[in-house]
Every structure is written in structure tokens, then in C-alpha cells.
Design a protein around this ligand. Structure first.
Ligand code: ADP
Ligand code: MG
Length: 296
């Protein structure tokens, strides 16, 4: 499938996309409330610095040359509800190549969120392996997984998960406040605020910096959530039904923003969705059916 090249993710009158990865690589991924909690408790110290999974130059080179960035092998996951077992993933194999925008399509309840949470190291598989940048990550320590989420994996969700009491700008800055810690953040505040503003401009929200989530539309909230996910310059963006709560036109705007971030910033994206019109715009679509992934 051809890539849809959108000149400007913010629409014809919006600002242009700045290269996302030209900035310093520090920050945290406060992607989900649960993720924020683990990030706060474990990712601020020097120990967390030491715990960062190392990546060899060879692995980086392979990834930047269009190699496999993220790989799942034989993932299985069963939930237990009382005496009942709910097998959700029954041996998922998946390869995501550097620079691609991939869609996983599946019906409601097929296990899309479960799969994405495993890939994001928010949960662990019962069986199987997950490899990122040539490193196995499913069995990494909690601290390493936090570190990975803080730096290399970005996530966005159907319901945005913005912090309601913070402005759009503060929401985008929140991951950086968490990783930097109070004093470091204060020292670098001016530079970090400029970075957050620039990212909000990139997603078309330059005029909404001081708005709180309740003062934003659904599409604007998702744009803010995308900026928050990207403030740490992740290597991959994992998107869970990013258009699932939006009307068709607004959802299409978000899809075009994702496509533009992909083409202009070479951001690898894995998106799960039940919407075939959205999925069909990806470079590659796979289906999640009966707990397994197959080419569609
Ligand atoms: P999707 O995102 O495709 O709608 P999910 O991954 O959220 O699907 O859920 C897949 C199945 O697993 C559903 O039947 C759901 O009810 C069940 N499930 C999801 N999370 C849990 C959980 N924490 N405990 C028990 N069952 C769960
Ligand atoms: Mg889901």
C-alpha cells in the first residue's frame, strides 16, 4: 500500500512538522495512569540510568536501515476471572519494521489492547517473547521496562488519558517533569517548555497551550496526547484505537497527523483499531482473529 503523504499534519493552515529526533533524548513516558505511577516510583534515579537496556551500534544500524524494530514471537495471554479462564492471545507472531505504519485490525474483544499493552511492557505475556531493537524486553526487570517506556516507547489511547487538572502544555511537559526530577527540570525548564510548545505546534495546537482537557475537543485532546507521547522522542508510537472515540472526519484528521509524523519524522507506528477505513491507510494491515495475527 502506498504511503499517503500529507504535507502538513495540522491541516493546510497549520504549522509544519519539525524533525522529532533532533532534540535531546531525555524524558519520561507518562502514557497511562498506571504507567505514570510506575514511572514516578522507579525512573528518576541514577540506578534507572544504569538500568537502561543498552543497544549496540549494529542494532541501531539494522533498525535505521528498515530492519525489524519490534518483534513478538508466540505471545500467549490468558486472563483469569474467578474459576474461568479467558484465553485472549493464543500465539501471536508479529514483526514491525523500522519506519512503517502498521495497523492491527480486530473486532472488539479480540485482544487488541491486550496485545498493545504487552508490546508496551505494561503487562507480561504468559508465554512468548518480545524483542525491541534486537533486545528481549518481555523478561526485563520492572526498572528496565519503566526506562524503556520512559524513553523509547510512546503510547496513545482511545480516551487520551490526559491529566484533567493540567493544561495542554503542562500535560505534554509532565513526562519530562517526572524523569528529570524537580531540580533538573527547574534548571532546564525554559528549554523544555520550548520543546513542548514546538511539539504542540507540530500537532496543530499552538493556540490551545493553556487550555485544560475539558476545554478541548476530542480531536484536540488526542493531538495533545500525541504531543505528550512524543515529547520523549520515542522510537515507536503504539496507538490503541486512536480514532475510536472520534467522529469520522476528526478521526481522519488524527490519522493524517499520524501518517505525517510517520513520513516526515520516520516515526514507526503500530496502531490497533476496529475501523477498516482507518486501518486501510496504513502501510501494512494485519488481523487479530482467534488470538492470532495473520496478514489481511
Ligand atoms: P480489544 O482491545 O480488542 O477490545 P481486549 O484486549 O481489551 O480487547 O480484551 C480481550 C478480552 O479479554 C475481552 O474478552 C476482555 O473482556 C478480556 N479482558 C481484558 N482485560 C481483562 C482483564 N484484566 N481481566 C479479565 N479479562 C480481561
Ligand atoms: Mg481495546
Amino acid at each position: 500500500m502506498n504511503k499517503h503523504r500529507t504535507a502538513n499534519p495540522a491541516g493546510p493552515h497549520g504549522p509544519t512538522v519539525a524533525p522529532l529526533r533532533s532534540q535531546a533524548r531525555d524524558g519520561a513516558g507518562a502514557h497511562e495512569h498506571a504507567a505514570v505511577a510506575t514511572t514516578v516510583t522507579t525512573a528518576t534515579g541514577a540506578a534507572a540510568q544504569r538500568a537502561r537496556p543498552s543497544t549496540s551500534p549494529d542494532q541501531e544500524a539494522a533498525a535505521s536501515a528498515g530492519g525489524v524494530l519490534l518483534k513478538a514471537v508466540g505471545l500467549k495471554k490468558t486472563y483469569h476471572k474467578g474459576k474461568h479462564e479467558v484465553p485472549v492471545l493464543r500465539g501471536v507472531d508479529l514483526e514491525v519494521r523500522q519506519g512503517e505504519l502498521m495497523a492491527v485490525i480486530g473486532q472488539s474483544g479480540s485482544g487488541k489492547s491486550t496485545l498493545l499493552h504487552l508490546l508496551a511492557t505494561l503487562d507480561r505475556p504468559d508465554e512468548g517473547e518480545i524483542w525491541f531493537n534486537g533486545q528481549r524486553i518481555d523478561n526485563a526487570s520492572t526498572r528496565q521496562r519503566d526506562r524503556l517506556r520512559n524513553r523509547q516507547l510512546g503510547m496513545i489511547f482511545q480516551f487520551y488519558h490526559l491529566l484533567p487538572e493540567l493544561t495542554a502544555l503542562e500535560n505534554v511537559l509532565a513526562p519530562l517533569m517526572i524523569t528529570h526530577g524537580f531540580f533538573s527540570y527547574r534548571l532546564q525548564r525554559r528549554k523544555l517548555v520550548e520543546r513542548a510548545k514546538s511539539l504542540l505546534e507540530t500537532v496543530g495546537l499552538a493556540h490551545r497551550l493553556k487550555h485544560r482537557p475539558r476545554e478541548l475537543s476530542g480531536g484536540e485532546m488526542q493531538r495533545a496526547a500525541i504531543a505528550r507521547a512524543l515529547i520523549t522522542e520515542p522510537q515507536i508510537l503504539l496507538a490503541d484505537e486512536p480514532t475510536g472515540n472520534l467522529d469520522g472526519r476528526t478521526g481522519q484528521g488524527i490519522m493524517e497527523l499520524l501518517r505525517s509524523l510517520n513520513t516526515q519524522s520516520n516515526l514507526t507506528i503500530v496502531m490497533v483499531t476496529h475501523d477498516s477505513a482507518i486501518a486501510s491507510q496504513a502501510d501494512r494491515v494485519v488481523q487479530l482473529v482467534d488470538g492470532q495475527v495473520s496478514d489481511s
